[in-house]
Design a binder for this molecule. Structure first.
Ligand code: HEM
Length: 84
């Protein structure tokens, strides 16, 4: 996921820039279940949209695709992610 999300701590076969992509199901229930919508391994993103904008490394192309979408399409994806 690139240097911006790296924590400098390798773990078994995972390097410092490697993270497990968590399942996105139930993302929309976070606030109800934990009282927070914070995501990513250290909770730095306040919501799914911010999380996507933190994607780097192998996920850079997805971030850039998302960044270039018209706002209504970005909002629609955000709405979808909150609904699953
Ligand atoms: C449209 C495509 C994508 C969407 C909507 C998306 C969305 C998200 C969201 C919302 C999270 C935060 C989940 C959480 O912390 O509970 C996340 C995390 C993550 N995503 Fe994606 N993602 C996309 C593409 C990708 C791609 C292409 C990759 C890898 C090549 C990737 C790898 C990861 C990883 C490793 C994490 C965890 C990072 C961390 O915890 O710091 N994602 N993604």
């Amino acid at each position: 996921m690139g240097d911006v999300l790296a924590d400098g701590r390798p773990e078994f076969q995972a390097g410092p820039r490697d993270w497990r992509m968590p399942p996105l199901w139930a993302l929309g229930l976070s606030r109800t279940v934990s009282g927070s919508t914070a995501v990513l391994h250290d909770g730095r993103a306040r919501n799914a949209t911010e999380a996507i904008l933190w994607h780097c490394g192998e996920a850079s192309a997805s971030r850039e695709f998302f960044r270039r979408l018209p706002k209504p399409d970005r909002d629609a994806l955000h709405f979808f992610l909150e609904s699953i």
